[in-house]
Design a protein around this ligand. Structure first.
Ligand SMILES: [Zn+2]
Length: 312
């Protein structure tokens, strides 16, 4: 056997060890807030990287609000760096660009999702749908399911009752309308066509339609993902409740959902207090992000910080 072949064998063995290395586990340093005491709680959880997927929510090229578009774009460099580190660790990257997934219809990353076998699972209504349901319809769900949130992670939160009684409003309130500009003069219209073009999509990634409920759950079943880490926007809408791929809906299916708190933004209304319907200059988007995050950590799911997860 020539030395060339021995080298080849050694390289092959090395790559086997390398791929084993890639399926190593990752430590999640979870932060939650005790809903009763408001004290910060810490916990760690080790998970195999091949059980983890990152969901990138609604990183549209354009939003009808100029300031929101800019806030989203400002996250991209950090997002790309974190996603690159995640891929290297063997964590799956899944983009969830609601309403614009069609832009990617010819991408292999989109076709791969559509080719996944359907699980035929019970389809939960989204929290928004639930809010708009009549009493009779809600009762049907209660009858059919012991608990709407049965099987969701972090049952300690036990938000099922609250969801039925009226989901606790997410601060600083969706009713601010979504314009983040000081003048609040942007006009609502559908201007999004795709994801921000600077957001890097790699061959191994997947693209789901955020409003096509079964896709993400199909992927999780087919690939065995148990933990979903969320980044993008908005913390008080799409990330949490208004998309089928959002944390609450996926937690309903038994997925462990976790926010990456330093790579997400929330709608704040920038300087507009919806309670008083008056302008409050101290109410900045940063303040809004903080308020929403506290609420999410208290009532919805824990968070992690990207620099505690990856080196990048
Ligand atoms: Zn605006």
């Amino acid at each position: 056997m020539g030395s060339k072949y021995i080298l080849l064998i050694l390289v092959s063995i090395a790559s086997i060890f390398h791929s084993r290395e890639q399926t190593k586990s990752i430590t999640l340093r979870l932060e939650r807030i005790d809903p009763k005491t408001s004290h910060l709680q810490h916990a760690t959880e080790n998970v195999a990287c091949d059980k983890v997927a990152i969901i990138v929510m609604d990183m549209w090229d354009k939003h009808w609000c100029k300031s929101w578009t800019a806030r989203g774009a400002a996250m991209i460099p950090k997002m790309n760096a974190a996603l690159a580190a995640a891929r290297k660790s063997g964590i799956q990257v899944i983009f969830s660009p609601s309403a614009v997934a069609d832009f990617y219809k010819d991408y292999p990353q989109r076709k791969a999702v559509l080719a996944m076998p359907a699980t035929g699972e019970f389809i939960f209504p989204s929290v928004d749908e639930l809010k708009n349901m009549g009493t009779k319809e809600r009762a049907e769900y209660t009858k059919n399911k012991k608990s709407y949130f049965e099987g969701s992670i972090y049952e300690a939160r036990n938000i099922a009752g609250q969801a039925y009684a009226g989901y606790p409003p997410l601060p600083p309130f969706e009713s601010t309308g979504g314009c983040e500009c000081k003048k609040r003069d942007c006009k609502m219209e559908n201007v999004w066509t795709r994801q921000n073009k600077d957001l890097v999509i790699e061959a191994s990634d997947l693209i789901v339609e955020g409003n096509n409920r079964p896709e993400l759950v199909n992927i999780c079943k087919a690939r065995g993902y148990t933990h979903l880490l969320y980044m993008g926007g908005a913390g008080n809408m799409c990330l949490t409740s208004s998309r089928e791929t959002s944390t609450i809906n996926m937690a309903n299916r038994g997925l462990k959902c976790i926010y990456i708190e330093d790579i997400m933004i929330s709608i704040s209304g920038n300087g507009y207090n919806p309670d008083t319907k008056k302008t409050d200059p101290s109410f900045t988007p940063e303040k809004g992000d903080k308020m929403v995050l506290e609420h999410l950590k208290k009532y919805i799911a824990p968070s992690i910080k990207s620099n505690e997860l990856f080196t990048f």
